[in-house]
Design a protein around this ligand. Structure first.
Ligand SMILES: Nc1ncnc2c1ncn2[C@@H]1O[C@H](COP(=O)(O)OP(=O)(O)OP(=O)(O)O)[C@@H](O)[C@H]1O
Ligand SMILES: [Mg+2]
Length: 409
């Protein structure tokens, strides 16, 4: 059964009000001079976006800043309406969009919980039954009779999430806000969202935390400049989204160029062995960046980072970590030697070049590589460090001889 359907939804914002007074005046004078009426500046936040979410499905939306993710959620929650197209949602929608959204600042926490429930169409009986769960989850019982305006933003978030997640909505919409809470609360929220999904509720989740997103959502949408670039399994979407920074170096031209820096090529190869050979999990490997520098740039630095398909950054190394960097104009090859600490799987290499004050090459994914091998039955782990792990019998507690040779000298 379908819960949410977007059919060629477009959203247009008029930007006129963003102009400052001087620009607005200049525009008015210009228009008067030309005696023509100019249409106001407009921006299409969404363009012909179509998708559907089934009952009980968790959908994750990814995309760069300004891609239109929050706009989709606002339309879903009924806070704004499409300029064109149709959006249909069956059932009750609870949305957690921004800190404090949906709360009345003058009312107390308790009053706000009841107000939210009423807005969602819950009966008073259901509300009373759920009230304790909400308050326990939020951990704000001491402040129940305090006006919301005296809550810290973290407390508001906790209560808002608790309300949205416990008022038995058919559709739970959550936008990024988890980033505001502490780690423990984030875990609780993710757990609660997973529960909501298991209870058969539909969840729509926007996050730049791709790891959490793939754990929580089975399906995904990748939004780019207001349009759907890809729909599919969350895993596949995240992988393609991460790899989208890739630029092909096959043309022989520059990969990336900005200011005095031109990146010619980026490659990953075994530390010992020919370039292009398979990379084994058990072996060290080298990431190489070939670049040209048109002039000496004081304080120039280069970082390489490695992320998992879910977006977890496992390595992030700066050239300057090793000591001061000073490069004259010329051609260079930077080499990062990575010891065999990563588990098998797919990884993405990212690059940044700049100074304290200026980015020449913004953080960009530049290539991907795959480590082959086995994770010794623990594919979930990212690192395989073989860190020393010993066991010692404690004489006063253990009876009999010490068994096992590890750590015994
Ligand atoms: N009220 C508004 N008035 C004018 N423009 C708006 C308004 N709200 C959003 N926009 C514009 O619409 C576009 C999409 O914005 P949206 O907030 O949906 O992006 P987003 O994908 O959520 O980005 P982020 O990752 O930064 O949260 C942006 O260019 C934004 O500037
Ligand atoms: Mg947003």
């Amino acid at each position: 059964m379908e819960r949410v359907r977007f059919e060629e939804v477009s959203k247009r914002y008029v930007l006129g009000e963003r102009l400052n007074a001087r620009e607005a005046l200049a525009g008015a004078v210009r228009r008067a001079a030309r005696r023509t009426v100019q249409p106001p500046d407009e921006l299409w936040s969404l363009r012909d976006v179509s998708f559907a979410v089934a009952d009980g499905e968790a959908l994750g939306i990814v995309g760069r800043n300004g891609a239109g993710k929050s706009t989709i959620l606002k339309i879903l929650a009924g806070i704004t309406s499409p300029s064109a197209g149709v959006s249909r949602t069956r059932g009750r929608v609870a949305a957690l969009l921004e800190v404090g959204t949906g709360f009345h600042p003058e009312l107390t926490g308790r009053e706000n919980v009841f107000l939210n429930g009423a807005v969602l169409g819950m009966s008073r009986r259901d509300l009373v039954r759920r009230f304790e769960d909400i308050v326990n989850f939020a951990g704000t019982e001491r402040f129940l009779d305090t006006p919301i305006k005296r809550y810290s933003s973290g407390m508001q978030l906790r209560l808002a999430f608790a309300v949205a997640a416990h008022l038995e909505p058919d559709v739970l919409v959550v936008d990024e806000v988890l980033a505001v809470g502490d780690a423990e609360f984030q875990r609780k929220c993710i757990g609660r969202m997973a529960e909501a999904e298991q209870e058969g509720r539909t969840v729509v989740f926007v996050s730049h935390d791709l790891d959490t997103l793939t754990r929580l959502c089975r399906r995904g949408i990748w939004l780019e400049a207001g349009q759907v670039r890809e729909v599919g399994s969350a895993q596949a979407i995240v992988r393609d989204y991460l790899a989208s920074g890739l630029t092909s170096s096959s043309s022989g031209g520059a990969l990336l160029a900005s200011g005095p820096v031109t990146v010619r090529d980026v490659g990953v190869s075994p530390a010992s062995g020919r370039p292009g050979a398979a990379l084994f999990r058990e072996d060290a490997f080298v990431i190489r960046v070939g670049f040209d520098l048109a002039e000496e740039v004081p304080g120039l630095d280069l970082t390489l980072f490695v992320t998992t398909p879910n977006g977890v950054r496992v390595l992030d190394e700066a050239l300057s970590d090793q000591g001061p960097v000073q490069l004259a104009a010329g051609s260079y090859c930077a080499e990062l030697s990575v010891p065999p600490v990563l588990n098998f799987g797919e990884f993405t290499v990212g690059l940044w070049i700049g100074t304290m004050h200026q980015d020449f090459i913004h953080e960009t994914a530049v290539t991907t590589f795959t480590l082959v091998g086995t994770g010794h039955d623990r594919p979930e782990r990212i690192l395989v460090t073989n860190a020393p792990f010993e066991i010692h019998a404690i004489p006063s507690l253990a009876s009999g001889p010490i068994t096992g040779e590890a750590g015994v000298d």
